[in-house]
Ligand binder design. Structure first.
Ligand code: M6R
Length: 609
């Protein structure tokens, strides 16, 4: 979603800001803009569309030592150049970029209009520029403070002032903000990735804080108006200059990275203790004896992370015998969640910046609940606000559609289940068996990727259809949901997941030649019943693609196409069955010529509710 970046220093701000925007591009956006002080005037260049369109509009001789920039993902007001940021105050004295939503903007706007102020955009953000300028005679800091006092909603805001060219002010409430401290230069951005390659030294800004930046100094002021000290953290930001290497898309590269990323999730083996048949996750801030007190686990997440959580429920319940609830974080806040002493809450998030997940954590924490974070982005909001947690170490995930983060989330949940399970329910020999299975996963995933061409054939079956059903029972139902999400997200084909058992309760009416079904059918408890469901679909003229881990003649004869993944422990089989489903979505989207890495309307990190 929206990305913001500001720069103050000796370099020309324009290319530095453009580079910053490019590093944030993966988050998803529909327009962009840059604002600088050029020849003592605030100058704004903005454009809808991709960054190269903005770049074409920027003249080569534009230079400045300070500037702010933005990639916009439209919420209030259509995708137009006028609605792109920065926005300027009516007297041209201040410009702002904003990430978040100002909930009370319409009331503020009406009041400002009554004072004769004229607005140039349909955005919620423009009111902030007007408000600051209204109070600018108080001085920049006071004017920003005063303006912020009127705002309800979420913001990461940057301000640049015509009459104070050596100053940027930033403020945060609910949207991420991080300061990058370089040598004789300062950065401030919604994501440290924006200054990757320039500095590793960063300070994370928290809600209610305002930052006053000059080239060599920063001051952080809290809600009580006190200047506060914060730790400078040394980040390991991946070089920022992402590369698709030899892959056509980041998505394909990320799917192919899974053997290595799953291995990393297991700490390259270091998070596994083979002799004790268990795992060891540091960072939980819990003693093993604390596990005895857990009466319930409650997982919170959105999208793909939510489906990883649903799989986690199966794995955790099976290995720990602790009941697990999984909640769509966006729904949780409105339902006045029950928070009990012995419930362990787990927030799952790749980005660690998902607004809905953060909102749910806040609600639980204010009721006294203990929340652990399972997160990919180091130093992200979820990682910092939770009482303990585990990094999944998937590496940068650039494509909007999540793949390797999903696999790593499920891997970490499996390790957690093993660790808690071994203290409570499961035997040493079962523990050892699972450790062995986990160790073998990367190799098995690789063997699936080596047979990618088989999936290309399957994809040909889907590309001509406007709707697809994904079906599975038990653990495979969660994979069906994740796979349907992947297909609709990147191919724009409507895909719906059901438990195979619920077919006869309605969805069977949809079955005909035009409605293909993808069944996830693995050996084990659900096998026979799922095969019966496949038969029911075939009997009604439906085409069936099967992802399985066993191949008997009956199943082969029933399936129009079948892909067999290697055998594994049933609990870990989703880490294998998901891979052909990811490839199926990819190759279908490819055949349809979709914008695979940045699907329409979507953002990588959903930072607004
Ligand atoms: O960063 P998060 O894991 O919190 O993101 C949650 C969802 O927004 C995300 O998984 C989304 O559904 C993906 N685009 C799915 O591929």
């Amino acid at each position: 979603m929206c990305g913001i970046v500001g720069y103050l220093g000796n370099k020309n701000a324009v290319p530095v800001l453009m580079q910053g925007l490019k590093q944030l591009e993966y988050r998803g956006y529909d327009s962009s803009g840059i604002g600088i002080i050029h020849r003592k005037k605030l100058k704004i260049v903005k454009e809808k569309g991709k960054l190269d369109q903005l770049e074409r509009k920027l003249s080569n001789n534009l230079s400045a030592q300070a500037g702010i920039a933005h990639t916009r993902w439209a919420t209030h007001g259509g995708v137009t150049t006028e609605n792109a940021h920065p926005h300027v105050g009516p007297g041209g004295k201040v410009i702002i970029v904003h990430n978040g939503i100002i909930d009370n903007y319409s009331t503020l706007k009406e009041n400002l209009k009554k004072e004769g102020r004229v607005f140039l955009s349909d955005t919620d953000s423009e009111v902030v520029a007007h408000l600051v300028e209204k109070y600018i005679d108080l001085g920049p800091e006071q004017a920003v403070s005063k303006a912020l006092s009127f705002l309800n909603g979420t913001y990461g805001l940057l301000f640049l002032f015509r009459d104070h060219p050596q100053l940027i002010i930033a403020a945060r409430n609910g949207s991420p903000l991080v300061i990058g401290i370089g040598k004789d230069e300062m950065f401030v951005a919604s994501d440290a990735m924006a200054f990757a390659g320039y500095t590793q030294n960063a300070i994370f800004v928290d809600d209610g804080e305002m930052v006053v930046l000059s080239q060599n100094e920063y001051r952080i002021i809290n809600r009580q108006n006190n200047v506060i000290d914060k730790n400078i953290e040394e980040l390991t930001i991946e070089s920022g200059r992402h590369s698709k290497e030899n892959y056509a898309h980041y998505l394909l590269k990320e799917i192919h990275e899974q053997p290595e990323s799953v291995f990393r999730a297991m700490g390259r083996g270091g998070r596994l203790l083979p002799d004790f048949g268990t795992s060891l996750l540091g960072g939980l801030n819990m003693e093993k004896r604390d596990f005895f007190d857990i009466r319930k686990i409650h997982i919170l997440a959105m999208g793909t992370a939510l489906y990883a959580g649903e799989l986690g429920k199966f794995i955790l319940e099976s290995l720990t015998r602790i009941p697990v609830e999984v909640s769509d974080a966006s729904e949780l806040c409105g339902t006045n969640p029950i928070v009990e002493k012995n419930t362990l809450f787990i927030a799952l998030s790749q980005s660690g910046e998902t607004r809905d997940t953060i909102g749910a954590i806040q609600e639980i924490q204010q009721k006294g609940g203990r929340v652990l974070g399972i997160v990919n982005s180091v130093g992200s909001t979820v990682a910092r606000m939770t009482e303990g947690g585990v990094y999944i170490h998937a590496g940068s995930e650039i494509s909007v559609a999540s793949t390797k983060a999903f696999s790593n989330q499920v891997t970490i949940l499996s390790l957690l289940a093993l660790m808690i399970g071994r203290t409570r329910d499961i035997s040493l020999s079962r523990g050892k068996e699972l450790v062995e299975e986990l160790k073998n996963l990367p190799g098995k995933i690789q063997s699936i990727l080596d047979r990618e061409d088989e999936i290309k054939i399957m994809a040909k079956r889907l590309k001509g259809h406007s709707s697809v059903l994904y079906l599975g029972r038990g653990i495979n139902h969660a994979i069906a949901k994740e796979s349907a999400l992947k297909l609709k997200e990147i191919s724009y084909i409507h895909a719906e997941a059901y438990s195979a058992g619920s077919l006869k309760h309605g969805p069977l009416a949809l079955i005909c030649e035009e409605m293909p079904s993808v069944f996830i059918c693995t050996s084990g408890d659900y096998q026979e019943k799922t095969v019966s469901n496949i038969q029911e679909v075939k009997a009604r003229g439906g085409k069936v693609l099967v992802i399985s881990n066993y191949a008997d003649d009956n199943l082969k004869a029933l399936a129009d196409e079948i892909f067999i993944v290697p055998q594994s422990d049933e609990l870990l089989s989703p880490l294998l069955t998901v891979v052909p489903c990811q490839l199926l979505a990819y190759y279908t989207a490819l055949a349809l010529g979709r914008d695979i890495d940045q699907p329409r309307n979507l953002a990588k990190s959903v930072t607004v509710e």
